[in-house]
Design a protein around this ligand. Structure first.
Ligand code: RUQ
Ligand code: CUA
Length: 625
């Protein structure tokens, strides 16, 4: 990582101040492009905070989910520069993802995904820069390795999970990445039951996906049967609440049809508190019943596994404070958020301090006890209308996004005082603070991830970008310092200190154990076994070896390409016209692509990544006879 020279910083700051002064001289009010009411010095001050001079590096990475694009976007902060796109659940021709044999197999039949909540791996509740998990609504979680920023594994669709929204949150030691059903269904999956029987025959599940501490490899951990509510978001407890994971739920009415009306009958919904360490023990003992091919634990038969915490109507986010002492959750149509005190929750559990039903008996939902709201809440904080998500600073401050108010509220844990509010343009969903969901948030920056952006960018037609806004939170008052734009649609994002990530830029030759790797052009060539043809191909500036080869119509052809470069940024591609083949091979990497030679003729192939002055000469011919 390059360290900014002090002289350079001063020079760039001087440059901006000079710019500000110049603009000030010819336009005494605000510089061109500044929003109404902004003065020259406001704009210049904001610019100084976010300016990353040419050649300098950002201080943070922001990993933003790409929504239903099925991708992840990587940004630098504070510049807001888009650095890269990591394809996860969707083919991405730019990197050849979804075209080579391995990534094609990993995607399977689903070629889209709806990603929402990235989760950086954690050690002791802090980001460790190793992996990045991301959920897909189609019951899947993917793992990206941050050593090379590549998707390494997709697990699922996991049985019984339907609409995996409350995911991919990790526990503080990355023991588990969790999943929850947003859309309850009859289980096992594949059973058809009419919607009229929703309340009795449909079920939700929450699932813990086990993560191998060394390799990151994901496998099935445990699954818990839940009442047919809609499980929305989650967060793991930390420090004093470590061992628990929380999920919001709406439609606790178990209603169907127009949920906006039918699920709004009760004035409270629930946050489910799940004892994941107990789930782990029960799973290890073999507790549960096989449903849809996996063991499902019933909380009605295992007391202590799940409790419901009553919450404002239709909650969205649930977030645990850095010290693990408070669980923050809100109804999304009200003007306040509730801070639950974890100590009080534990006391209520011990004392069986439950909500009572009409007959004065303890209320349960499908056998799961409901704690008493008054006994577990510490405060109702008047943050403003439509609270969705909360992030934290290092000094006891919390930041809550307000969808209806279209603002971010800053408030203090413990005193519950709202100290500042900044409007967002427009209609904020999630927000992300620098390391703001860990045990040690950094403060400094909050990014508002807005749902609408009208009027704040050059027009690009009806399909508009999403707006993100960067707030400086280093002082008492939050300051909006930058607008930047993304493709649809980051729901959540996470921001990690850049020096925590140690990525390679070349795959070392000695680490390439691919059975078809070819490091010497002399070894390149074609071998045939019946109608199976294997082509060992080498790419290096500026030749593709072999420069031509022949197969027979109907052959099954596997091309294994090794890029034998060991130089940063020397990628080569292989595009074969008319055969829909497009792969990209990073320096030191071997990739295979397998296809049936269905069409006779002569098909040019070429390198798709500009690699040298003679890139254009990197070409050859596939002849199918
Ligand atoms: S959710 S804001 Cu997955 Cu909050 Cu979209
Ligand atoms: Cu290799 Cu262009």
């Amino acid at each position: 990582m390059k360290i900014e020279g002090k002289g350079k910083v001063l020079a760039s700051v001087a440059g901006i101040v000079a710019l500000g002064l110049l603009a000030g001289r010819c336009a005494p009010s605000a510089p061109k492009g500044a929003r109404k009411g902004a003065t020259v010095s406001d704009a210049a001050q904001a610019a100084m905070k976010v300016y990353v001079a040419p050649g300098d590096l950002d201080e943070y990475y922001m990993f933003a989910s790409g929504g239903h694009s099925g991708q992840m976007y990587v940004y630098g902060l504070p510049s807001g520069r888009h650095l890269s796109t990591i394809p996860v659940f969707t083919p991405y021709p730019a990197t050849g993802y979804g075209f080579d044999d391995d990534s094609k197999k990993m995607l399977g039949e689903l070629t889209w995904g709806d990603t929402h909540h990235p989760a950086l791996s954690e050690t002791n509740g802090d980001y460790d820069g190793r992996w990045l998990f991301i959920n897909d609504m189609n019951g899947r979680i993917a793992r990206i390795d941050l050593r090379d920023f590549k998707t390494k594994q997709i697990i699922g669709p996991v049985p019984n999970v339907s609409g995996n929204h409350g995911s991919s949150f990790v526990t503080p030691g990355t023991e588990y990445s969790v999943m929850a059903s947003r859309f309850s269904i009859p289980i096992p999956k594949g059973t058809a039951v009419e919607v009229a029987k929703y309340a009795t025959d449909y079920k939700g599940v929450v699932t813990g996906i086990k993560v191998d501490p060394k390799s990151g490899e994901m496998s099935m951990g445990w699954q818990i049967l839940m009442p047919p509510f809609d499980y929305d978001l989650g967060d793991a407890g930390k420090l004093v609440s470590n061992g628990w994971v929380f999920f919001t739920s709406y439609n606790t009415e178990k209603a169907t049809g127009k949920l906006e009306i039918t699920s709004a009958q009760k004035d409270r919904d629930y946050i489910a508190a799940v004892d994941w360490k107990l789930a782990e023990q029960l799973a290890a003992k073999g507790e549960g019943q096989i449903i849809g091919g996996i063991k499902v634990i019933d909380p009605a038969k295992n007391p202590g596994l799940v409790y419901f915490m009553p919450c404002g109507k239709s909650p969205h986010g649930v977030d645990v404070s850095p010290d693990g002492k408070y669980v923050i959750g809100s109804g999304k149509l009200v003007g306040l958020t509730t801070a639950y005190n974890w100590e009080k929750v534990q006391t209520a559990i011990r004392n069986k301090d439950f909500t009572l039903d009409d007959k004065g008996a303890p209320l349960t939902e499908d056998g799961i006890p409901v704690l008493k709201y008054e006994s577990i809440k510490d405060a109702e904080v008047p943050v403003g209308l439509g609270p969705l998500h909360t992030q934290f600073g290092p000094d006891g401050y919390a930041y809550t996004s307000l969808f209806v108010d279209s603002a971010i509220a800053k408030w203090k844990l413990g005193t519950w005082e709202v100290v500042d509010k900044v409007p967002m343009s427009y209609s904020i969903g999630h927000l992300a603070a620098a390391e703001g969901d860990t045990v040690s948030p950094d403060g400094k920056w909050v990014v508002g991830l807005n749902k609408l952006s009208h009027g704040r960018h050059l027009t690009v037609g009806p399909s508009q970008p999403e707006s993100s806004q960067l707030l400086d939170i280093s002082e008492e008052k939050m300051k909006l310092v930058l607008d930047f734009f993304t493709e649809p649609e980051p729901h959540y994002a996470q921001i990690i200190k850049a020096d925590k990530i140690k990525a390679i830029e070349v795959y070392p030759k000695e680490e390439n154990h691919h059975p078809l790797a070819t490091w010497d052009v002399k070894d390149a060539g074609v071998t045939r076994n019946g109608n199976k043809v294997t082509v060992k191909m080498v790419e290096v500036r500026s030749t593709i070896t072999p420069t031509d080869f022949e197969v027979k119509e109907g052959d099954e052809v596997t091309i294994a390409v090794t890029n034998i470069e060991q130089t940063t940024d020397e990628l080569h591609g292989l595009g074969i016209l008319d055969y829909n083949i497009n792969i990209v091979i990073d320096p030191g990497e071997t990739k295979t692509v397998t296809f049936k030679a269905k069409k006779k003729g002569v098909f040019p192939y070429y390198c798709t990544n500009f690699c040298s002055a003679l890139h254009q000469e990197m070409q050859g011919y596939l002849i199918v006879r």
